[in-house]
Every structure is written in C-alpha cells, then in structure tokens.
Design a protein around this ligand. Structure first.
Ligand code: CA
Ligand code: CA
Length: 146
C-alpha cells in the first residue's frame, strides 16, 4: 500500500470518520463505508463499483449500502449507492452530497469533507430507510484501504 494512503488521514481523523459512520447508521438501516486507495486507474466510476462488490457491499438486505471512495494520488473521489437507494432517491441526492464534500476537499479539509458526506448521506437515507429496532450492523464501520 502506498505511503500516501497510509498518511492521508491520522489515527484521530480516522476515528472521527468512524464515529460519523456509527452516528449516521443510528438513523438509518443503510450501511455506509469509506474506501481509500492511491489510484483509481483512470476510471473512477468503474473502480468504485469494483470496490463496492469486493467489499461485499451489495449483500445488504435492503440493498442500501453507500460507499465514499477516495483515490489519494488522483485527487479524486466518488460516492456510489446500491440499487435499493437509487430506486428511491434522484440523482440530485448524490450531486448535492458530492458538492458538500468537494467544497471541503478543495480547501484540503479531507476529514471534514468525508464526515460531512457521511452525515448528509445518513440523513438522506434515514428518510427512505429508517433505522428499525431490529437493525443490525451489516457492514463494518471501518475505513478500508487498497
Ligand atoms: Ca444497519
Ligand atoms: Ca455499518
């Protein structure tokens, strides 16, 4: 793994992001994950779907997993949500979430950008996929790295 990936976030920043995932998932049955790697090999849209599947994120009961993906060296990021979400939200949902993140990323505030993206996604998801008493944590609330 590239040092750039290792150094992208401090341990404290990683914990801030994990806390945001935990908090967001208290509002929704949706599952949010963050993946960080060096390069997306030129096609971020294809790569994010590949990672989504590698992380088994399409295995949620309601098909409501969301991944926030960052390619550190490419200075690129993307968000991808599973079919269950895209049947209910319009494209504007993803664009507005991306815009919030982009504004922070531009100023080098990566942790803030990612956590704001998580919070926004969680709020939006909670409208369509509220958290039920029977909720389980279907996907780990950790940051994965490639
Ligand atoms: Ca859950
Ligand atoms: Ca989770």
């Amino acid at each position: 793994m590239s040092n750039k990936v290792e150094q992208f976030l401090t341990a404290t920043e990683e914990q801030t992001i994990v806390d945001a995932i935990i908090k967001a998932e208290q509002l929704t049955s949706g599952e949010i994950r963050v993946h960080i790697e060096a390069n997306c090999n030129g096609n971020i849209d294809a790569r994010i779907i590949e990672i989504f599947e590698t992380l088994q994120m399409h295995q949620t009961a309601e098909r409501n997993g969301v991944i926030i993906y960052v390619a550190v060296l490419d200075k690129a990021f993307a968000i991808y949500g599973d079919d269950g979400i895209n049947r209910k939200v319009d494209l504007e949902f993803w664009n507005s979430t991306k815009d919030i993140m982009q504004n922070h990323f531009k100023s080098g505030e990566f942790t803030k950008g990612i956590t704001q993206g998580i919070i926004k996604a969680g709020e939006e998801l909670s409208r369509f996929f509220p958290c039920l008493d029977s909720d389980t944590d279907e996907l780990p609330n950790t940051i994965s790295k490639g």
